[in-house]
Each structure stands twice: as structure tokens, then as C-alpha cells.
Write a protein that binds this ligand. Structure first.
Ligand code: HEM
Ligand code: HEM
Length: 183
């Protein structure tokens, strides 16, 4: 089913969730690994290109995802967890959405302020700011701090999904998988 049912997230929501999860994790892996390659080397530049391309793609897809998620009815978790868990989960999802919007914007603006053009698949993005190296340095600090907070959030998010599945033994994770695989 394309749209959410009473028991599962729909195909569109699942594709967006797992596709963007894979892209974001890859972009985090490459940005952490690029430091192991010498400055100016091909692999280092290629890894950063992957980081930039994924970031800009995430900024485009997140609006589709928000539209899909907020127009669909979220399938209830069975058995229902306590209210506090529901609230913490919603806040964590909100923080992840905000990170998926803020991080690419910070990334693009900090690159442009550093006099480096940003392109998606070879198409150059319009310039949103003038060159200002000091401003770029501040944005880079913010981008890196927020990026690291996002890593912590993702680890907690994945741990929560596994915990629901293995310890609480509810359908939190199964709802995000194709219906036929588990019913
Ligand atoms: C979903 C989007 C993004 C996420 C989750 C993300 C996350 C991160 C993380 C975790 C770091 C490393 C922080 C550290 O070393 O402590 C980083 C660094 C960086 N990011 Fe992003 N980022 C995203 C998008 C972008 C975009 C769109 C650009 C530019 C167009 C960008 C440019 C950079 C740059 C230049 C660095 C610094 C690399 C270095 O010199 O060490 N990022 N990002
Ligand atoms: C790879 C391991 C991952 C697993 C096992 C996982 C699992 C899940 C599960 C079970 C849900 C449903 C939760 C609910 O309905 O209360 C969910 C939703 C969500 N996940 Fe993940 N997730 C993973 C990676 C990620 C990553 C990397 C992000 C990064 C931003 C993310 C962001 C979200 C968001 C925002 C939601 C809310 C619904 C939506 O927008 O799709 N997840 N995840």
C-alpha cells in the first residue's frame, strides 16, 4: 500500500525513511573518514563531494517527507507504550527533522561564505550569501556541533527501535517494514 494503513507505514513513507536513513548514514561515514586521507588527495575530495551531494538531496527530499508524514495517519503502536515514551519519540523525530533541514542549509551557506560554490549533480546552486570567511568559520562550528548532536540522536533513535522490538516486544519497528515480511 502506498499510504499508511492502520498497521504499517505506507510504501512512500518507508521508502523515504529507509532511503534517507541510508543516505544520511553514508554522508556521516564519509565525512568522518575523509580526515584519514591527506589534504588535496582525490579520495578526500570525493568523500566530501558525496557528503555535499547527499546533504543537498536531503534538503530537497525532506519537504516531500514532511508532507507525506504530516498528511498521513501514523499507525498506532501495539501494545501502546506509556505517554512519556510517545512524547519523547515525537520530540526526537522533530529534532531529526530540524537537523535534516538546518544541517544542509548551514553546510551550503558556510561553503558559499567561504567562496566555494555548491552544486547538485553539476548544477550550481544560486549564491545565498556573499563571501565572509569569519562568518563561514562560525557556521562551520555550528554545523559540526549540530552534526555531532545528530549522530547522538540517530544512535539513540536506532537503539530505541531495537529496544521496542526486542525488549518491549511491540510493533514499532515492524510498522516501518513491508507488511508481508511480518504478517
Ligand atoms: C543531512 C545533511 C548533513 C549532515 C547530517 C552533515 C553532518 C556533518 C558532520 C557530522 C560533520 C563532521 C563534524 C565533525 O567533524 O565534528 C560535517 C562536516 C562538514 N560538512 Fe556536513 N552535513 C550535512 C550537509 C552538508 C552540506 C549540504 C554541506 C555543504 C554543501 C556540508 C559541508 C560540510 C563541511 C565542509 C564539513 C567540514 C569537513 C571538515 O573540513 O572537517 N555538510 N557535516
Ligand atoms: C538505520 C537504522 C534505523 C532504524 C532501525 C530506524 C527505525 C525507525 C522506526 C521503527 C520508526 C518508527 C517510529 C515510530 O513510528 O514511532 C522510525 C521513524 C523515524 N525515523 Fe528512523 N530508523 C533508522 C534510521 C534513521 C535515521 C538515520 C534517521 C535520520 C534522520 C531516522 C529518522 C526517523 C524519523 C524522522 C522518523 C519519524 C517518521 C518518519 O519521518 O519517517 N531514522 N525509524
Amino acid at each position: 500500500m502506498l499510504h499508511n494503513s492502520s498497521t504499517h507505514y505506507g510504501t512512500i513513507a518507508r521508502l523515504l525513511h529507509w532511503g534517507m536513513a541510508a543516505l544520511i548514514i553514508l554522508s556521516l561515514v564519509v565525512v568522518e573518514l575523509h580526515e584519514f586521507f591527506p589534504k588535496g588527495s582525490g579520495p578526500r575530495a570525493a568523500m566530501m563531494t558525496v557528503h555535499f551531494q547527499i546533504g543537498v538531496t536531503v534538503l530537497l527530499l525532506i519537504w516531500v517527507r514532511l508532507a507525506v508524514i504530516f498528511t498521513g495517519k501514523v499507525p498506532p503502536i501495539v501494545p501502546a507504550p506509556p505517554l512519556w515514551q510517545h512524547i519523547v519519540a515525537k520530540l526526537a523525530h522533530l529534532a531529526l527533522y530540524l537537523a535534516m533541514i538546518a544541517l544542509p542549509i548551514l553546510g551550503i551557506v558556510m561553503q558559499q561564505a567561504d567562496d566555494k560554490a555548491v552544486a547538485l549533480l553539476g548544477m550550481q546552486l544560486p549564491g545565498f550569501v556573499g563571501v565572509d570567511k569569519d562568518f563561514s568559520k562560525v557556521l562551520k562550528e555550528v554545523h559540526e556541533t549540530l552534526g555531532n548532536i545528530m549522530i547522538v540522536l540517530i544512535v539513540a533513535h536506532v537503539a530505541a527501535a531495537i529496544w521496542h522490538h526486542r525488549v518491549q516486544k511491540d510493533n514499532t519497528l515492524l510498522r516501518m517494514l513491508p507488511p508481508r515480511a511480518n504478517s
